[in-house]
Design a protein around this ligand. Structure first.
Ligand code: EPZ
Length: 420
């Protein structure tokens, strides 16, 4: 089992390129199921979750051709089954994103009910209720979601009780081929939802209001092929900017999207970082200073993203002062804390709130990754800890961060992948 070995104490300095966004690529790959014409998706990140999604599409009989630059051409005209089996779904719950496109385009789908994961129970009731409102018949049989519709789905007015990113994406995709108008209210506004909508529009869908909490879709008879580049990964970008702030260094992230990180950039400035940006780059210069602690409260976009919460717990753990971090989205997203306590962090978790008292130095220790973003925060902590840190179960990291040791190594980090 691979591990990451990191020796702390180096100020990061340099330029790193943002990869394509995992959480935009996954729904966009699912959206290719909505057309039988050839479709090319570009700027895909080379991540395990992307490979899993391509495997899933291939298992349905779709033609999948990947080139060396991780552009993929998909041919859905050869699709011969509408099933997402447990073996694949259990490794990646975002497989649920094929449900809406399959029902809408092929009238049926059997998708294994995604289990919970480390950060929470992760229900999909809002996805299912929305599809039923559009006329789908849905049952859960032997752990599988079995969905079908005679003819086309019908446009409907759907109000989400909770803001759900993939719920919004599933129903947005289903609505593109439905008969009539669909209105999604209290919809997710995340940039990844907007990227999906832009891809669907490039395929001929009629969508307005994406990026607001009310999305209106006029169903069309068919969608056509296109060639579409996935947006840059804002969470990867934010993680590298926090790495500069936590080590007192200076890092510029290029090929990224400045407008998708306002809440994070404002917190980095509050922590004392000098933040500058251009058309497709963002730079954090900490000028050798120790960061100041900041208070964080996660919420749906455009507020502070839950996927950056663990990274800021790491920042606060070596900051001047005390920072309060409140996790409002997922019920169990502080698992990185126990591992950071092993490194000498002073953090107290009560319910969904972590009180982080900054200390001068963390100490390297063997730690274990528990989920994708938590594992990134362990890398950040290890970068500033005294001595060596060995991070186990780094398959969590490989799900969301492309070539993490190469990218951090290029910024001066002492990091390597070891077998044990
Ligand atoms: C997406 O997950 C992202 N994953 C997550 O990123 C991200 O943390 C999350 O949105 C929040 O921004 C992808 O886009 C593939 P939700 P998603 O539905 O869509 C509740 C990462 O690190 N809910 O927005 O599954 C749910 O329990 C991952 O890349 C229901 O109750 O999250 C949660 O409390 C982790 N019923 C809240 O809504 C539903 O039917 C928000 O979840 C759906 C969701």
């Amino acid at each position: 089992m691979d591990k990451l070995l990191i020796t702390g104490g180096t100020r990061l300095n340099g330029v790193v390129r943002a990869s394509g966004a995992k959480n935009a690529a996954l729904p966009i790959l699912a959206a290719t199921l909505l057309t039988k014409e050839l479709i090319t998706i570009k700027n895909l990140p080379h991540l395990h979750d992307i490979t899993t999604m391509l495997e899933l599409l291939g298992s349905m009989g779709c033609g999948v051709v990947v080139d060396e630059k991780m552009s993929v051409q998909l041919d859905v005209s050869t699709l011969n089954n509408c099933e997402a089996p447990y073996e694949l779904v259990k490794t990646m719950r975002a497989s649920i994103l094929v449900l809406g496109p399959l029902v809408s385009h092929f009238g049926k789908a059997i998708v294994s009910l995604p289990g919970g994961c480390a950060i929470g129970s992760r229900p999909v009731d809002l996805h299912l209720r929305g599809l039923e409102a559009m006329g789908a018949t849905i049952s859960v049989e032997g752990g599988d979601i079995v969905a079908s519709v005679d003819g086309r789905l019908k446009g409907a007015r759907i109000f989400f009780d909770k803001v759900t990113v993939t719920g919004t994406e599933n129903l947005l995709m289903a609505a593109t081929l439905a008969d009539g108008q669909t209105i999604l209210e209290n919809a997710a506004r995340e940039p990844e939802v907007v990227d999906l909508a832009e891809c669907l529009i490039a395929m001929g869908a009629k969508i307005t209001g994406h990026g607001t909490d009310t999305i209106v879709i006029e169903g069309v008879e068919a969608l056509h092929g296109t060639s579409y580049p996935v947006m840059p990964d804002r969470i990867e970008t934010g993680t590298f900017l926090v790495a500069a702030a936590i080590t007192g260094g200076k890092v510029r992230v290029i090929d990224t999207n400045v407008k998708s990180l306002e809440a994070v950039l404002s917190k980095l400035e509050e922590a004392g970082a000098k933040v500058s940006s251009g058309e497709d780059w963002i730079e954090v210069d900490m000028e050798g200073r120790r960061p100041d602690a900041v208070n964080i409260s996660t919420a749906p976009y455009p507020a502070f993203p839950t996927d950056m919460q663990a990274q800021f717990v790491a920042l606060n753990s070596v900051a001047n002062g005390v920072g309060r971090v409140i996790e409002n989205i997922f019920e169990n997203r502080f698992m990185h804390v126990d591992e950071m306590l092993r490194m000498g962090a002073d953090i107290e978790v009560t319910g969904n709130t972590a009180i982080v008292r900054g200390c001068e130095r963390l100490k390297g220790a063997p730690v274990m990754a528990t989920d994708l973003r938590a594992s990134a925060s362990l890398v950040l902590s290890a970068l500033v800890a005294e001595g060596d840190t060995k991070i186990d179960r780094i398959y969590h990291i490989d799900r969301g961060y492309e070539c993490i040791e190469e990218k951090f190594g290029a910024l001066g980090a002492k990091i390597s992948r070891v077998l044990n």
